[in-house]
Structure formats: structure tokens, C-alpha cells
Design a protein around this ligand. Structure first.
Ligand code: PHE
Ligand code: CO
Length: 296
């Protein structure tokens, strides 16, 4: 952790105890990045870009190119914002880390995407328990150039503000949707399944596992199915949900969720690894290596 990142408190959430940071929006302190920080970015950038062609959605890599992201140095948010603002009207803002839920939703609802300004330490290349600059920038930012996905992210933010007013169970349902799409989503293309989830593309191990392993389920996206499915925070996912297009995501999430939340509140949630009769199955996972407990 960088010395001046202000961790406000630890807060019990659906992801366990996580640090929550000050809600302050800051200027990206670009001059304070060390040679080690830029090296960490370069190592991770090269490592992912080596394996992602043919695995990540084509627009993901194309959009990184459009932004001019490269291994040379940690990007400046101001440079990325020049590209982003004319393309879809989104703006990257620098924050200290994970934000309280309502603050996060309000940013998205106003087309502001919070990016953690600090990058992980060299000894954390493969795993770290909270989002850092590499996850946020490399993983989330490219698809903000896609007009449909950009609208989905804003709609999600508006939906979050609304769900927060409805209650904690609604928020749990909505968080699962974010998890299984924005973080761990797969998309079906004429060339085969591709990754669009930021949690996957920022992880070398999961970028390979989610497509190549026989262990996980790969199931067709269904809104209510996703919203009542638990997930993993400490291991690779047991199940990935596959969309056909970003428009499908937009269309499925357009209806008012209020009656959906009410209906789901009366139903039990599904364990992360279950396959239901109603599922569209791309792959039924072998379940090899799965831990029995720990779904959240
Ligand atoms: N339509 C949802 C609602 O009424 C809002 C939403 C849109 C939620 C997109 C998630 C994603 O709550
Ligand atoms: Co993320």
C-alpha cells in the first residue's frame, strides 16, 4: 500500500471485511510513481497482452490500442480522458481505493469511473485482495469506449442508487449481476467464447482457466438466474455466464428491477457451482478442484 492512501475503515460487505477508503477524488499523483511501479505495470501489461489475443473480446484489445495504452509507462488519466470524453462522455477519476457502495453508484450514474491510483507491489503480481490501478485501468477502462457497454455501466449506477434505497437484499442481487458481467463475464462471438470481464482479463491464471479448464460451468446469461447465484471471492469462479452481445445485457436490464427484487427475496439463492435444468449449457463443469464451502 502506498504511504498516503487513506484507508478509512474496514467494512463488512458481501466480500468479507474490505478496506473502504476516503471518498475524496484526487488528482492522479503521476509524478510519484516509482521506477518499480512503472516496471510492475509493464510486466503485467506485457504478460496479459501476450495471452489475451484470441481470448479477450477483440474490442477489448482494440480499445486499449485506441487509448494508446502501452507497456512503456503507467498511463496518465488525463491522456485517457481526452480519448474517452469524446468517444462516450465518460471520465476517469482517481480515488484511493474501494469506495462505499452508494458513492460508487453515484459516480457511475454520472459517467465517472473511479480508478484506484496506486499499483500493486512487485510481490503481488498474481494476487491481491483489492482492486488496484492495474485491475481498474487495464481491466475496466477499455470497454468504456464501447457505446453500449458505456450505457450499461451508467444504467448500473442508476440501478445501484435505486437498489440502495430498497434495501440490502436488493443490493446483494444487484452486486451478483455486476460480478457475473462486468467482472467475470464471457461473450459468445462467431470465433468462439471470449472474455470481457475485468476481473478475468486482469488475471493471468483466470484468463486461461475460464476458457480452457474443464472444471467451471459456462452457462447462458439469464438476468434473474444470475441475480440469485452466489459467487467466489477467493478462488476462480465455478460458473461463468455468457452473453451474446452487450445489447443483450442492456435489453435484459432495462426493465424496472423493483418487482424482480421482491420476487427474488422469496427464493433461495443458488450455490455458485450448480447447473439448473433451465440453464443454457455451453459447458457443464467437471467441478475438479472446487472447494465445497466459501460461496458468498
Ligand atoms: N433497470 C434497473 C432497475 O430498474 C437498473 C439497472 C440497469 C440495473 C442496468 C443494472 C443494470 O433497477
Ligand atoms: Co473491478
Amino acid at each position: 500500500m502506498q504511504g498516503n492512501a487513506q484507508r478509512v475503515e474496514h467494512q463488512l460487505t458481501d466480500k468479507g471485511y474490505v478496506p473502504v477508503y476516503t471518498t475524496r477524488v484526487i488528482a492522479q499523483p503521476w509524478e510519484t510513481y516509482t521506477a518499480d511501479d512503472h516496471r510492475t505495470w509493464a510486466t503485467l501489461f506485457r504478460r496479459q497482452r501476450e495471452i489475451l489475443p484470441g481470448r479477450a473480446a477483440k474490442e477489448f484489445i482494440d480499445n486499449q490500442e485506441r487509448f494508446g495504452m502501452s507497456a512503456d509507462a503507467i498511463p496518465k488519466f488525463s491522456d485517457l480522458n481526452r480519448v474517452l470524453s469524446v468517444a462516450t462522455g465518460w471520465e476517469l477519476i482517481a480515488v484511493e481505493g474501494l469506495l462505499p457502495e452508494l458513492t460508487f453508484f453515484e459516480h457511475l450514474a454520472n459517467r465517472r469511473f473511479p480508478v484506484t491510483w496506486w499499483i500493486r507491489k512487485p510481490e503481488q503480481l498474481d494476487y491481491l485482495s483489492e482492486p488496484d490501478l492495474f485491475h481498474d485501468l487495464f481491466g475496466h477502462v477499455p470497454l468504456l469506449l464501447n457505446p453500449v457497454f458505456a450505457d450499461y455501466m451508467q444504467a448500473y449506477g442508476c440501478g445501484g442508487v435505486k437498489a440502495a434505497a430498497i434495501g440490502p437484499e436488493a443490493l446483494v442481487n444487484l452486486t451478483r449481476l455486476y460480478w457475473y458481467t462486468v467482472e467475470f463475464g464471457l461473450i459468445n462471438t462467431p470465433e468462439g467464447l471470449r472474455i470481457y470481464g475485468a476481473g478475468i482479463v486482469s488475471s493471468k491464471g483466470e484468463s486461461i482457466y475460464c476458457l480452457d479448464s474443464a472444471a467451471p460451468n459456462r452457462l447462458g446469461f439469464d438476468l434473474e438466474r444470475v441475480m440469485c447465484t452466489r459467487y467466489r471471492i477467493d478462488t476462480y469462479q465455478k460458473t461463468y455466464f455468457v452473453i451474446d452481445s452487450y445489447a443483450q445485457l442492456m435489453d435484459a436490464t432495462r426493465p424496472d428491477f423493483t418487482p424482480i427484487y421482491a420476487r427474488l427475496a422469496a427464493q433461495p439463492s443458488h450455490p455458485a457451482g450448480n447447473v439448473l435444468d433451465s440453464d443454457q449449457v455451453y459447458q457443464r463443469g467437471s467441478g475438479e478442484g472446487w472447494l465445497n464451502d466459501g460461496d458468498v
